[in-house]
Design a protein around this ligand. Structure first.
Ligand code: G4P
Length: 293
């Protein structure tokens, strides 16, 4: 999905999400497990306020398992309820219902005490573009696959999808913008494919990806491309990738842009292995530094 975010668009998106939030008991905030903080909307707390929520770390199949576990610990420490999922194959998706019941247990018990008749949990999915919202809706819907249709008393256009016995889900997700004002965040989003349209030059994104792999996953780059000296400058490695993949222009000149595209396709598609682009420790350090300033 290609969305050009500008202030008017953001205001509209925010308003739409706030309206939808009023209809549900719980929000499923979808983040990319490879870059959880960078794929989070910067104003999420102001927009969702105190609505109960579950943080779903999607695309866990593409992220480094070691860091997946560390991120779960981190989100728990931040007082959230996190869950690793893979909306493409459905791994982890089956736990969402139970977890929602657990999160809402006290609230629903209090309602029962007041004599309010129990009903299904109403939920919505929220996240930035390309994080896997539609995949998750389809994955959840497939299980029991009935749309419950318009509900009297609720905004007419909203459709609900029944998920098992205890839950219904808004059929359209809330779409919010990512944190693109920070250049490093932009590079991470672009390298992972979270920003699909090339907002940043493809060569710059590829060089960022190569440097990151050199530092953190050298064997991944070595195994895929069998390059010579891995400590060479990122641009030299990109040239070598171009050479090996036959990205040549007339006269034998290496087509760097083509090489960058090939490398990024490999990186985004998981062909370089499971990569996590940001780590909780460095995020915490950044927050501490900001607080000390
Ligand atoms: P959106 O609604 O939030 O915009 O995202 P959408 O579901 O369209 O997913 C964006 C891309 O991410 C899709 O790939 C989708 O298949 C992929 N995706 C979603 N969840 C997961 C996941 O858990 N793991 C992996 N590996 N990929 C996931 P695409 O290339 O656009 O489409 P396609 O190749 O699946 O047809």
């Amino acid at each position: 999905m290609s969305i050009q975010w500008f202030p008017g668009h953001m205001t509209k998106a925010r308003r739409q999400v706030e309206e939808k939030c009023k209809l549900v008991d719980i929000v499923f905030e979808l983040l990319d497990a490879r870059l959880p903080d960078s794929s989070r909307n910067p104003m999420i707390h102001e927009i969702v306020k105190d609505k109960p929520r579950i943080v779903l770390l999607n695309k866990a199949d593409l992220a480094d398992q070691k860091w997946n576990e560390r991120w779960i610990k981190e989100w728990n420490e931040r007082g959230e309820t996190p869950l690793l999922i893979d909306a493409k194959t459905g791994k982890g998706v089956g736990q969402i219902s139970n977890l929602s019941e657990k999160v809402l247990e006290t609230k629903f018990a209090a309602r029962a005490k007041k004599g309010i008749r129990s009903r299904q949990i109403r939920a919505m999915i929220l996240g930035i573009p390309n994080v896997g919202k539609s995949s998750l809706i389809n994955r959840l819907a497939k299980r029991t696959a009935t749309q419950t249709g318009d509900r009297p008393g609720v905004t007419k256009a909203q459709q609900w999808i029944r998920i098992g016995k205890s839950m219904e889900l808004l059929d359209t997700p809330g779409i919010l913008w990512p944190k693109f004002e920070d250049h490093l965040v932009g590079l991470r989003l672009a390298a992972s494919g979270a920003i699909r349209e090339e907002i940043l030059p493809v060569e710059e994104v590829a060089l960022f990806g190569i440097e990151f792999l050199q530092q953190h996953y050298p064997s991944a780059i070595q195994m895929r491309y069998q390059l010579g000296d891995l400590s060479a400058e990122p641009i030299n490695l990109l040239e070598q990738i171009g050479q090996k993949r036959g990205c040549l222009r007339r006269g034998g000149v290496i087509d760097i842009e083509k090489a960058a595209e090939i490398f990024l396709q490999d990186l985004r598609g998981g062909r370089l292995g499971r990569i996590t682009f940001e780590r909780p420790d460095e995020e915490r350090m950044k927050i501490e530094e900001e607080n000390n300033q």
